[in-house]
Design a protein around this ligand. Structure first.
Ligand code: IMP
Length: 193
């Protein structure tokens, strides 16, 4: 019987939903890779881009863990009217203003362009950092709708699913088109080469 080798990749996150999503994608597209969750407490850093935050986190993780390992950071960006806000502050803004706060800030503006962005940052076996970005473009709805998902899902209508918010299309449909799944696709492609 040929021996099957497995390659271990650590995913540093406290979020079990993200781990399940990444494990399912690897199991389907790149069996042989085992994704292991690592819970490493991380210092939060304020910076202008998700990439900068992700790279800072990787460097601090490297003091505790041997590569390869990766992390994922995401945010919601209201493009023109709020000039990208909440962006890197999404987590904090979700906890304070929530979806209703974003709707209030936008008022009845006709320009409601927004996007979700996810960055996966990987430190490979040779300590080299790679980043993979996934984006989903859309608009902010006029009111919060839907019950599935989390965060800003009830107020985001993807251009890929017109008329329905991320919270209305269901998790499976969202996972097929989300910013996170697009970043993940690029990570899997990197290991497929
Ligand atoms: P995180 O880096 O994935 O934890 O994302 C930071 C914040 O961005 C979250 O607390 C959410 O408010 C928001 N966010 C990120 N991804 C999503 C998503 O897929 N749907 C809705 N909100 C999201």
């Amino acid at each position: 019987m040929p021996e099957t080798t497995t390659i271990k990749l650590s995913f540093c996150t406290g979020n079990p939903h993200k781990v399940a999503e990444v494990q399912a994608a690897f199991a389907q597209k790149l069996p042989g890779y085992v994704i292991e969750q690592q819970k490493i407490p991380l210092q939060e850093l304020q910076a202008d881009t998700l990439e900068e935050i992700a790279i800072f986190k990787l460097q601090s993780i490297s003091q505790h863990l041997r590569p390869p390992f990766f992390i994922e950071d995401a945010g919601f960006f209201v493009d023109d009217v709020l000039r990208g806000f909440p962006g890197v502050y999404s987590h904090y803004v979700m906890d304070t203003l929530g979806c209703e706060g974003i709707l209030k800030l936008l008022g009845d503006s006709s320009n409601r362009k927004a996007h979700f962005e996810a960055v996966i940052a990987l430190m490979d076996n040779d300590n080299i950092i790679h980043t993979f970005k996934g984006v989903n473009q859309g608009t902010v709805s006029l009111e919060a709708r839907g019950t599935s998902g989390f965060g800003f899902d009830p107020v985001f209508i993807s251009d890929d699913t017109p008329g329905k918010t991320f919270a209305e299309i269901g998790m499976d449909a969202k996972n097929r088109i989300s910013h996170r799944s697009r970043a993940l696709e690029k990570l899997i492609e990197f290991y497929r080469r």
